[in-house]
Design a protein around this ligand. Structure first.
Ligand code: EPZ
Length: 424
């Protein structure tokens, strides 16, 4: 298994470009299932999760062609998906268990093929992560649904528009139901819908494919079903969590960086907190600059659905608070077990106390490098940030978690002056 060896203590400086958003790309790839015509996506990030999703679509009968333009860190990948030969509406356990976002094929398959067999994703490190709201919504739209031998089965000659209400804000739940509703008979209204920018990016692409959607980005989305969708070309939005992660890495090391091919427009809550911590931030049209103070001030956060502070940035903020001045209170309200990075940060010398879904982080003068283990995608990012700030060597193990969501992370960090390399 690969490891990341970090020689900490270097203030990050320089410029890197941000990749396309993983959490926009994943539902967008599934949108291709809704039409017989080719869908082309550009600015596709080169990530393991994307490769897994493409493998899942190919075994369903989708033809995939990829084109890489340019080289190195600014290379751009575009993917064209042709689902005209879709003949196997099944998502098998061995693929779904490695990536729960596979559940995003459930809505499109049910709408396009009238049936689907999708393995239940199963939990993951950060929580049980059920998909009951996805199933509840499809049932309300007239699908016959059942769960047998760990698979969700759906059957519906044609889905009917319905008024849907999700018990909690669910990002992929909203995305699944919005995609299914595009081909339903009549109007669907999704109340308590997720407002994440990735939902808006998906809606933009679906509209370009001929869907009739209004309200994406608000908590009420209206979809008027149409007979069929056609092909389109769509550029994937920048990854706001990758952006936030590099901002935190610069903040924790007292650095000054410029991130390009991105913007601050989806990161208000994160930018607010980084400024409270003492960072100077300048927003450009498609770039964002951060200059860190000599020492950060502790900032408390409470995660919640967009536009509030994103749960996917919680681990990174715990890392920067470990070396900030003062005590930060971190409340995680979305997932039930998303503090696994805390014990690893403590191995680096952090002072963290956990009480249920609240963490109390008191900044220390210096972290000391050590060997730590990544447990999930964003936890591994937080360990990298802490390793960059620590004195001495930090070895981050199991970085396959990182490769799921951060494109060429060691190359980008090295471009910012970090002493980091991948070791087998
Ligand atoms: C999406 O996951 C993201 N993944 C996650 O990013 C992100 O952390 C999460 O939204 C919250 O923002 C993708 O977009 C591919 P949810 P998702 O459904 O959709 C409960 C990353 O690091 N829930 O919004 O799976 C659920 O257990 C990943 O990139 C139900 O109970 O999250 C959780 O507590 C991690 N039943 C809460 O709702 C359901 O049917 C929010 O989950 C659905 C969700």
């Amino acid at each position: 298994m690969d490891k990341l060896l970090i020689e900490g203590g270097v203030a990050l400086a320089g410029e890197v470009s941000i990749s396309g958003a993983k959490n926009a790309a994943l539902p967008l790839l599934c949108a291709a299932l809704l039409t017989r015509e080719p869908l082309t996506l550009t600015n596709v990030p080169d990530l393991n999760d994307i490769a897994t999703m493409l493998k899942l679509l190919v075994q369903m009968g989708v033809k995939v062609t990829q084109e890489k333009v340019g080289a190195g860190l600014t290379a751009q990948t575009s993917v064209t998906l042709d689902a005209s030969g879709l003949d196997n509406p099944v998502a098998p356990y061995e693929l779904v268990k490695t990536m729960r976002a596979s559940v995003l094929v459930l809505g499109p398959l049910t709408a396009r093929c009238g049936e689907a067999r999708v393995s239940l994703p199963g939990g993951c490190a950060i929580g049980a992560r059920p998909v009951d709201q996805h199933i509840k919504g499809l049932t309300a739209m007239g699908a016959e649904t059942s769960v047998e031998q760990g698979y969700v089965h759906t059957r519906a000659p044609r889905l009917k528009g319905a008024r849907l209400f999700t018990d909690m804000v669910t990002v992929t739940g909203t995305e699944n139901l919005m995609m299914a509703a595009c081909l339903a008979d009549g109007e669907t209204v999704i109340e308590n819908a997720a407002r994440e920018p990735e939902v808006v990016d998906l809606a933009k692409c679906l509209v370009a494919m001929g869907a009739n959607i209004s309200g994406a980005g608000t908590d009420v989305i209206r979809i008027r079903g149409v007979e069929r969708l056609h092909g389109a070309t769509h550029r994937i939005m920048p990854d706001r969590i990758e952006t936030g992660t590099y901002l935190c890495a610069a903040a924790a090391t007292g650095g000054a960086v410029r991130l390009t091919q991105t913007s601050g427009s989806y990161l208000d809550a994160v930018i607010d907190k980084l400024m409270d911590a003492g960072c100077e931030i300048v927003l450009e049209r498609d770039a964002i600059r951060l200059k860190a103070p000599q020492r950060l001030k502790a900032v408390s956060i409470r995660t919640a659905p967009y536009p509030a502070f994103p749960t996917d940035m919680q681990a990174q903020f715990m890392a920067i608070n470990t070396v900030a001045e003062g005590t930060a209170v971190i409340r995680e309200t979305i997932f039930e077990n998303r503090f696994m990075h805390a014990v690893e940060l403590i191995r680096l010398g952090a002072d963290i106390k956990i009480d249920g879904n609240t963490a109390f982080v008191t900044g220390v003068g210096r972290l000391e490098g050590a060997t730590v283990m990544a447990t999930d995608l964003r936890a591994s990012a937080s360990l990298v940030i802490a390793g960059l700030a620590a004195r001495g060597e930090t070895l981050v193990e199991r970085i396959y978690h990182l490769d799921r969501g951060y494109e060429h992370i060691e190359t980008k960090l090295a471009a910012l002056g970090a002493r980091v390399r991948r070791v087998k």
